[in-house]
Design a protein around this ligand. Structure first.
Ligand code: SAM
Length: 284
């Protein structure tokens, strides 16, 4: 662990008499090396505006603000607002929204900032208790966020970026691969945070796909959820339970599409799920 960020984090906590709040998922990153790796992975330049959820004590924020066109940050904790305002008082490419990211309208906030760009990159060491809601909100409600570099719990990072036929592959992995090009970037030890969480972390990057197939997305998302509902069951059994189709019909359809009728959801790739969901939508 390098000294700078660790010492400045301790100094900030003391100076502002701050107490770390578990309820907001606060684990402050205190390793310069990890911060630099995140910044390199984010690959931002003076054309890119960055969004950060939960800047905390600003460990990643300072480098982001300096390298990017500007930084838009959301922080929920009242006590951290003066620290951040202090840190960025001399710059005009930093906007702090003091609010719950899950309750905001992202595109409106983006439009209200003079240094916004058309496409934005999100960089965040996420509060782990709301990883999936934050991720889904970004992917579903702002098409302008086209790249996300996120620190999550290690196991979650594995699941989000998993490929078929691995134990981590699930409905969320399929959805992420459908919407983005997803990469597991690097693992991060639990020892580079104050306080140290109980598990290791990892950084992933998700780049939104420029075009998506013309399908019924609502049905597709439900279809993958149903397909994985009972992971140990075959696809035939899960689809039968979800949609009430006769098993013989499901088997026939799978065989026509060259699938073994005993296949489980974990053996089906995201692209194959897209095709199957359209076929089953038409049968139902
Ligand atoms: N970025 C800092 C770092 O890497 O050291 C802090 C990361 S800490 C894991 C998560 C941060 O998200 C905390 O500052 C916390 O207060 C903030 N936070 C938690 N829930 C939030 C929410 N719903 N909206 C905005 N910020 C939130």
């Amino acid at each position: 662990m390098t000294h700078n960020t660790n010492q400045s984090t301790q100094a900030l906590l003391k100076k502002h008499n701050l107490h770390i709040k578990k309820k907001f998922g606060q684990n402050f990153l205190v390793d310069d090396n990890t911060i630099q790796k995140i910044i390199r992975t984010a690959d931002v330049n003076d054309q890119t505006t960055v969004i950060e959820v939960g800047p905390g004590l600003g460990a990643i924020s300072k480098s982001l603000q300096q390298n990017a066109k500007g930084l838009i940050a959301y922080e929920i904790d009242d006590d951290l607002i003066p620290v951040l305002n202090d840190m960025f008082s001399a710059v005009d490419n930093f906007k702090l929204y003091h609010k719950d990211f899950l309750k905001t309208t992202i595109d409106e906030d983006i439009d209200n900032v003079s240094f916004s760009s058309d496409k934005l990159t999100m960089v965040a060491n996420l509060p782990y208790y709301i990883t999936t809601p934050i991720l889904m909100k970004c992917l579903e409600s702002s098409k302008r966020i086209n790249r996300l570099v996120l620190m999550t719990q290690y196991e979650v990072a594995r699941r989000l970026t998993a490929s078929k036929n691995t134990k981590d592959y699930n409905a969320l992995s399929v959805m992420i691969h459908y919407l983005t090009n997803a990469t597991f970037e690097f693992k991060v030890s639990r020892n580079v945070f104050i306080p140290a969480p109980n598990v290791d972390s990892a950084v992933i990057s998700l780049t939104r796909k420029e075009s998506l197939p013309d399908i019924d997305e609502a049905f597709f998302f439900d279809f993958i959820k149903q397909a994985f509902k009972q992971k140990r069951k075959t696809l035939v059994n899960n689809l039968h339970a979800a949609y009430g189709l006769p098993k013989a019909d499901i088997i026939k359809t799978l065989e026509t599409e060259s699938f073994n009728p005993s296949i489980r959801a974990e053996g089906i790739s995201p692209q194959e799920f897209v095709n199957l969901s359209e076929i089953f939508k038409n049968i139902l």
